[in-house]
Ligand binder design. Structure first.
Ligand code: NAP
Length: 304
């Protein structure tokens, strides 16, 4: 029976530790602060940001929500970032992605003070991460490492195969696994004979963005499967491909008109030694790690 790696329990433990650190800092008169920039009215982004602001409130972290309109210019946003960079009560700045097409996202992310870059997307932090220097690491990849470590799953010496090479997930998760002494292979859309490589993985990280892409034939029995993917199934046909007849999923689908599946086919989990479910796995760690990064940034900025 595969072991389920419970993202909710792990996220709760990380948040608890962050809350304890916030209390310790309060004794020295320090209150970590996070600013979230939410452009326009994209419903999914609104939900993500609401959850992040709510997590701040739960943990005693100050939060500030900046809501420019959808037609905001790059120059306006750069001015907002400049002000946040200069504010002493703000330790972390997050710009909720995606941004509208008229905005130069890269230029904006590069304008964030690397010391306040709690999403870990600034090239200075990517460089530090690769060089093994202290850095604010991107939240989802950092969450993957926390899942493995806190579940006492070995990383050193294991063959970790990462499918996906994005700047926000694939590359940083590969760097973090390498620092933990895994032997790392990074795969992508041009990789030849992907199944032959994924079948060698002791730890398989899927960050592809394609529903159920990793099938049982691509998995070594007993492997640890880390599913980063979040794919919404909104039609009956898509739903039936994965969950036809599954009473819990059928209930969700009937209620919400959709459900989510990861990049790993649910049937592949039967072969795993351990796996992160979707939902309830990696996704829940992302906000917890954002909180941890905000507390860390508050300490690092003050030389603590
Ligand atoms: P992305 O930027 O679209 O990158 C996808 C990667 O998958 C690319 O490197 C691409 O290769 C690779 N890929 C695509 N098709 C492939 C194929 N047929 N065979 C092998 N590799 C293939 O996506 P992302 O931002 O990294 O996100 C990946 C997934 O994670 C998405 O489902 C996203 O929703 C989810 N996500 C979850 C969280 C969370 O909190 N849990 C956070 C971020 C993202 P190329 O580089 O060659 O194109």
């Amino acid at each position: 029976m595969a072991r389920i790696l419970d993202g909710a329990a792990l996220a709760a433990a990380i948040k608890q530790e962050a809350a304890e650190e916030v209390s310790r800092l309060a004794a020295s008169g320090i209150k970590p602060g996070l600013a979230a920039v939410l452009v326009g009215n994209v419903p999914a982004s609104e939900i993500y940001v609401r959850n992040k602001v709510q997590a701040c409130a739960e943990l005693g972290i100050y939060s500030d929500l900046v809501k420019p309109p959808a037609d905001v210019t790059t120059a306006d946003l750069l001015a907002i970032v400049d002000k946040l960079n200069a504010r002493d009560d703000i330790d972390g700045i997050l710009i909720q992605l995606p941004l509208p097409p008229q905005v130069d996202s890269k230029r904006l992310l590069d304008a964030i003070d690397p010391a306040k870059d709690v999403d870990g997307f600034h090239p200075v932090n990517s460089g530090r991460l690769l060089a093994g220097r202290p850095a604010l690491a991107p939240c989802t990849p950092a969450g993957v490492i926390e899942i493995l470590k806190r579940s006492n799953l070995p990383i050193a010496g294991q063959h970790a195969v990462v499918v996906g090479r994005s700047d926000i997930v694939g590359k940083p998760v590969a760097a973090l696994l390498l620092h933990e002494n895994a032997t790392v292979t990074i795969c992508h859309s041009k990789t030849r004979d992907l199944p032959a490589i994924t079948r060698q993985a002791d730890i398989l990280v899927a960050a592809i963005g394609r529903a159920g892409f990793i099938t049982p034939e691509m998995v070594k029995p007993g492997a640890t499967l880390i599913d980063v993917g979040i794919n919404r199934l909104a039609t009956r046909e898509e739903f039936d491909r994965f969950f036809k007849g599954d009473p819990r999923r059928e209930a969700t689908f009937a209620k919400r008109g959709s459900t989510i599946v990861g990049d790993i086919h649910p049937k592949a989990f039967d072969l795993a030694g351990a796996y992160t479910p979707v939902p309830g796995g990696v996704g829940l760690l992302t906000i917890a790690m954002l909180m941890a990064n905000t507390v860390r940034a508050a300490k690092m900025r003050r030389g603590i």
